[in-house]
Design a protein around this ligand. Structure first.
Ligand SMILES: Nc1ncnc2c1ncn2[C@@H]1O[C@H](COP(=O)(O)OP(=O)(O)O)[C@@H](O)[C@H]1O
Ligand SMILES: [Mg+2]
Length: 270
């Protein structure tokens, strides 16, 4: 089974899509087979890796509503080992349609369960805590939260943590917070440093050592349909996302090791 990671923050513009694309590209560069699920009706994650959709392109909406099989809508990206489950405009209406459906919170989970040939699935969530994001969290075993280095960085995170806890308690007990990723950090600005230390002291879960700098190359890359690793391989932004890729693999290995040790302990205790 792949590691499934929701990239979530209900605030817009915190770097979710940028992180999904470039974290995915970093994992792919490390030899992992990675699928991006473009779960924001805006479709920026698809176009950001050169996957262009038109009105006829089937995507995640058709998968959620049983109009297409997941294997038939996955597309190859411009990056080796990196694939995309694209979105189209119909996803915007899916929330309303889903409300009356059976298993409305489990639709994405059921679709992703059919996938066997991926190491990682990264889900680019929309900026809300609505039914799409809930589907994403229920389908995931990890959550990564991009937080912009700005005033009120932690604002709204309490609500997000509560939602995650509710989902853990009721719908997906294996959901774990992989960590907060600090984004758009500017070393020249004192506020950025203050946000880093505030988040590190106040956030009750892991904060990644890797920090994503504000880097114009990261903002430019999507308009060329490339990840930062293809667009500006030696830029600060590319180095930061490579560092995140390695760090995340280490963290996941550690969590898996701890979980299996825990399992062994419970077996012996019986
Ligand atoms: N590290 C960064 N440096 C510079 N610009 C960035 C960086 N991360 C994101 N951006 C830009 O900021 C805007 C919001 O980022 P995006 O990833 O789309 O956020 P979200 O998906 O959370 O709404 C985009 O225009 C993006 O290109
Ligand atoms: Mg986005």
């Amino acid at each position: 089974m792949p590691n499934i990671i929701s990239i979530v923050n209900q605030k817009g513009g915190t770097g979710k899509t940028t992180t999904t694309i470039n974290f995915a590209a970093a994992l792919a560069e490390l030899g992992k087979r990675v699928l991006i699920v473009d779960f924001d009706p805006q479709g920026n994650a698809s176009s950001g890796v050169g996957v262009l959709v038109n009105e006829e392109t089937k995507g995640i909406y058709e998968v959620l509503t049983d109009k297409a099989d997941i294997h038939d809508v996955i597309m190859e990206s411009v990056v080796k080992n990196l694939f995309v489950l694209p979105t189209n405009q119909s996803l915007a209406g899916a929330t309303i349609e889903l409300v009356d459906m059976e298993d409305r919170e489990y639709r994405l989970k059921k679709a992703l369960e059919k996938l066997v040939d991926f190491d990682f699935v990264l889900i680019d969530c929309p900026p809300s805590l609505g039914l799409l994001t809930i589907n994403s969290l229920v389908a995931s075993n990890y959550v990564l939260i991009p937080v912009q280095c700005e005033y009120y960085a932690l604002e709204g995170l309490g609500q997000l943590l509560k939602t995650i806890q509710l989902i853990k308690d009721n719908l997906q007990p294996n959901l774990e917070i992989l960590g907060v990723l600090l984004t758009m950090h500017d070393r020249r600005i004192k506020l950025s440093e203050e946000v880093v230390s505030e988040v590190r002291t106040k956030f009750p879960f892991r904060v990644f050592e890797s920090i994503i700098p504000r880097n114009v190359r990261l903002a430019e890359a999507p308009s060329f349909g490339k990840s930062i690793l293809q667009y500006a391989s030696w830029s600060k932004g590319a180095r930061a996302y490579r560092s995140l890729g390695k760090e995340a693999l280490d963290v996941i290995n550690k969590i898996n090791l701890e979980n299996s040790q825990q399992k062994v302990k419970t077996i012996y205790a019986k």
